[in-house]
Write a protein that binds this ligand. Structure first.
Ligand code: SAM
Length: 316
């Protein structure tokens, strides 16, 4: 891990401000986001993930017909969410983003171990296992209720559910929560064995769950999509929802990762052009925020050479 706390291409550094200026230039932004998409699609296709095939299967699935049933009409989307993400003008609020999230999530592990000859399934398994392994020593011995915040199309949720289910005999009640009803519709149709109890359309900052209702809450690859005020509000809500002794696990890009700090300019330009809240994320002291809110901060572990896992518990 590097001594530097964050990459120079984030925050208020000169390089970061220069990159932001380039991104704010419309034709350059368009070019960047187009390129960023191509990098992700090429990684997937090169590793046997059919981008088009996945999207066509979902197009023919009942996903679209589930939207009305999943959508909570009382939701008011915050401004930070209503901006382009991942090269989609409508951010996470469209079918294209939701359908393409399946092959994009499948590829997630491939960029981590790109020098190893892993299948995407092996890389995905390793990515999730490296997170569960860090959570394990802080998890309550008996886990009944699990919440995955920002579950997207449900890949993190199913892996989490299976991890805690194989660890003990009693059944686990797992819920996936997301602000995009499109992502949730895809999560629901791809939950073929109906392992997950509920897919909930909700704002993580203000949920309808009762106090002290979960033993484990996770926030996986969500923080980098949030401004810090939203992340802080979500931590506060997680503290309310956890039972005393319950555990919060967060995994995301590691600002101290040498790989991330030394990304070639083309790649960090691409990354920043598709992730509008990057500067806020990379300069946010998550551990300090958790402690200030009343969590017992436990550990931060570089769970692989690009990501870090942060664990905090609710005081007993
Ligand atoms: C990159 S995806 C998460 C990926 C997923 N957890 C995984 O590991 O495969 C981020 C998700 O966070 C959701 N999200 C962002 N802000 C949110 C909020 N305030 N409340 C609930 N979900 C939110 C987005 O809709 C998106 O689906």
């Amino acid at each position: 891990m590097a001594d530097k706390v964050k990459p120079d291409w984030t925050g208020n550094d000169l390089l970061s401000r220069f990159v932001n200026l380039m991104i704010q230039t419309k034709p350059i932004y368009r070019l960047m986001t187009h390129q960023a998409r191509q990098v992700i699609i090429n990684t997937a296709e090169k590793n046997g993930i059919s981008w088009q095939g996945n999207c066509q299967t979902l197009e023919k699935s009942p996903a679209k017909s589930l939207l009305g049933q999943i959508m909570n009409p009382d939701i008011v989307y915050p401004d930070y969410y209503l901006v382009p993400f991942h090269a989609y003008d409508e951010g996470n609020l469209c079918w294209k983003a939701a359908f393409e999230a399946v092959p994009a999530t499948q590829s997630l592990g491939l960029r981590v171990w790109k020098n190893e000859d892993l299948t995407w399934q092996e890389a995905q398994k390793r990515l999730r296992a490296s997170f569960h392994q860090v959570l394990e020593p802080y998890s309550p011995p008996e886990v009944k209720d699990v919440l995955d915040i920002g579950c997207s199309v449900g890949v993190s949720t199913k892996a989490l559910h299976r991890y805690y289910s194989q660890r003990q005999n009693n059944p686990i009640n797992t819920i996936g929560l997301d602000l995009s009803p499109y992502m949730l519709a895809v999560a629901k149709v791809t939950d073929e064995q109906q392992e997950i109890s509920q897919w909930v359309h909700g704002l993580a900052e203000k949920t309808d769950f009762a106090d002290n209702s979960f033993d484990v809450i996770t926030i996986q690859f969500v923080l980098h999509e949030l401004p810090r005020h939203a992340a802080t509000a979500i931590f506060k809500e997680a503290l309310r929802l956890l039972r005393p002794g319950g555990v919060l696990g967060i995994v995301d890009n590691n600002p101290r990762s040498e790989v991330i700090q030394n990304l070639p300019p083309a790649l960090f330009m691409l990354m920043k052009s598709t992730e509008p809240h990057s500067d806020d994320y990379y300069t946010f002291n998550v551990e300090e925020a958790l402690t200030r809110l009343g969590f017992e901060y436990q550990t931060t572990v570089p769970s692989d050479h690009r990501h870090r896992t942060i664990v905090a518990t609710k005081p007993v």
